[in-house]
Ligand binder design. Structure first.
Ligand code: NDP
Length: 246
């Protein structure tokens, strides 16, 4: 039977590539987007005009109630969720000295609370059906820290603590929980960094001297979602061109 894969932030740079990969593998693909995203329907039309057959649902990952309502609707309309990719995220970079409580909260709520909010809606069903995949998109900066990212690095490191603990709790039930930690991938989030900073500060840190491609991360998500990856559990898989060897 066709499996359902849900990708939070599925219309973003990495999210879109992950959705395309799932579609190619025959999944029923659901992308969630922020309720404030005015371009969502346009994105959906444009992707589906290429034959992807995506479904899209608004969901504020910061809000537990929004996640609950969204997942209930998806399950009613499409069936239970087999694969959850917690991909939605934001940055608000600045030194700790300048960081306000709002900057801290926004990043922790969107990157970390979201993982609780979404996983809580799907994990019991996965356990009951003895099959499920939860994949948390973290970051190299959660592994090594980064100047100006105390909020983001804390949230992303926290995601992996969550992964390891939940992986222990559901391991016997055919459900795996894993983290992917990408390095710098050429999406809008990274392309917003001024070119001179990319050239002088970021590319020199990457032994391969290039940004990663969203499709490369999507390939790893596809692997972790597969039956072949059934024995990979509680892992934090780096995909960073050799930038940080953990
Ligand atoms: P984008 O900004 O392109 O995508 C982020 C997505 O998150 C958007 O689709 C956005 O949805 C969604 N989102 C943000 N806030 C909310 C919210 N409150 N509720 C629902 N959805 C929300 O970034 P990327 O594709 O580059 O990043 C995807 C993930 O990968 C992030 O978690 C990021 O931290 C991580 N990552 C990215 C790296 C990179 O180099 N690009 C490197 C390492 C990690 P909408 O547009 O609808 O608001």
């Amino acid at each position: 039977m066709q499996k359902v894969a849900l990708v939070t932030g599925g219309m973003g740079g990495l999210g879109e590539a992950i959705c395309i990969k799932f579609a190619a593998l025959g999944y029923k693909v659901v992308a969630t987007y922020s309720p404030s995203n005015s371009k969502a329907q346009e994105w959906l039309r444009s992707m589906n005009s290429m034959g992807y057959g995506f479904k899209a649902y608004p969901c504020d990952v910061v809000s537990f109630d929004s996640c609950k309502a969204c997942v209930e609707q998806i399950v009613k309309e499409l069936g239970p969720i087999d694969v959850l990719v917690n991909n939605a995220g934001i940055t608000r970079d600045m030194t700790f000295k300048k960081m306000t409580k709002d900057d801290w909260d926004a990043v922790i709520h969107t990157n970390l609370d979201s993982v609780f909010n979404m996983t809580k809606q799907v994990v019991d069903g996965m356990v009951e059906r003895n099959w499920g995949r939860i994949i948390n998109i973290s970051s190299v900066n959660g592994q090594k820290g980064a100047f100006g990212q105390t909020n983001y690095a804390a949230a992303k490191a926290g995601m992996h603590g969550f992964t390891k603990s939940l992986a222990l709790e559901v391991a016997k039930k055919g459900v795996t929980v894993n983290t992917i930690s990408p390095g710098y991938i050429g999406t809008k989030m990274v392309r917003a960094i001024p070119q001179e900073v990319l050239d002088s500060k970021i590319l020199p840190q990457i032994p391969m001297s290039r940004l990663g491609k969203p499709e490369e991360v999507a390939g790893l998500v596809a692997y972790l979602s597969s039956q072949e990856a059934a024995f990979v559990n509680g892992a934090n898989i780096s995909i960073n061109g050799g930038q940080h060897m953990y």
